[in-house]
Design a binder for this molecule. Sequence first.
Ligand code: HEM
Length: 401
Amino acid sequence: MAFFNPFRPSYVQDPYPALKRLREEEPVFQWREQDGWVITRHEDCSRVLRDSDAFSSDPSKARGGLGQYVARGRAQSPLAGAPLIGSVDGPVHTRLRAIVNRAFTPRVIEGEREFIKETAAALLDAGGDPLDVARQVTHTLPVTVISDLLGLAPEERNPVRDWANTLMGVHSDPDATPQARRAAALAAERFRAFLAQYRDHHGPEYDSRLFTILVEAESAGDRLSPEELLAFAVFLYTAGSGPTAMMLANVIAHLAQHPEALEAVRADRSLLRPAIEESLRFDSATHVLLRYCVQETQVDGHTIRPGETVYVMVASAHRDPEVFEDPDRFDVTRQIAGGRLLSYGAGPHFCLGAPLAYLQGEELLDALLDRFSSLDIVRGGLQMGGTFLLRGPERLVITGR
Ligand code: HEM
């Protein structure tokens, strides 16, 4: 019988041998310790993510494992009054998604390009050589971009980010201390007051910003309640910053480790976007996505029952030779067919921020290539970090200016 322990340091260093074994020997593996199933083939992963009738995104539907843990935390959170878009199903999700889709238009996203360019350049120029690009650049850029996209003046960015972090810190944690819960309640109170007065304090120059669009959408027919707006804003900080930071650091590491790919993108910058996609495939920031069975169903001959958690191993699906030729090779000229990359999810919860993530990737890499004539990782300069859910460098020290 197969064995799976993603918490071992050797797995964090290189999960791919373990995932390959599972995919070949037990592609639908019953993970008894976590009351669920680990799914490693692309076809099964893709199907589970798209089958939202049988597989819920709501952790409270889990009867054990990680899902129940998260659900217990959420029941006590100051955000419990409104559903988070990423963990709600059916018509409630459809309605929320329809409203926020109106704000995430291509024009609003494209409107961030100059800000992203300037911020990426400023962060790179502030660092030296060698540069820990993970700590000094890729972790800062996405959160700064979200602050601007939402419509925060520079002096508002740190307090709002701190409120969001404090709230998310307790949101999924049933073991949060009373002190952390008090801090979160205070952060929620301040954030609510800030949103209620947003329009009074922000002039017409903020008309194209998300808070204005979302607050205005409130007075139109279909609207977000103040609690839904708060929950969405907090969720955006988590959904839009961690994964983007990991994606940015991953692609820089992959290019540094593959000199022929680096030369190809240097010679032809239209390969930047394919390089980002290939990097997401090769070692995805989204390592695993969780689903909770709500309808008994079969996956590859195994019966999955309501309450069981399904660990959809995106990282393994991306190395499945049935779908990707020579999957262990990093190849920026690879054509990845639509729908095959699962890093942004699939189905009704497909990532709302994917175009913004690509925009940040393209602009940061462009600015990096302009400043670094070569790109090398210093000895011991790459340290993988993240969690079981999210994978990427915690430290990435590069040189070559
Ligand atoms: C490389 C960067 C990113 C990655 C890998 C990523 C990944 C994902 C994934 C996998 C999901 C679906 C989760 C699920 O189905 O369980 C998702 C949803 C979402 N993402 Fe992203 N994301 C990224 C960047 C962003 C950015 C920049 C934003 C916004 C500023 C964003 C906002 C969202 C939102 C709002 C959802 C929820 C959509 C829904 O539930 O309908 N993401 N993301």
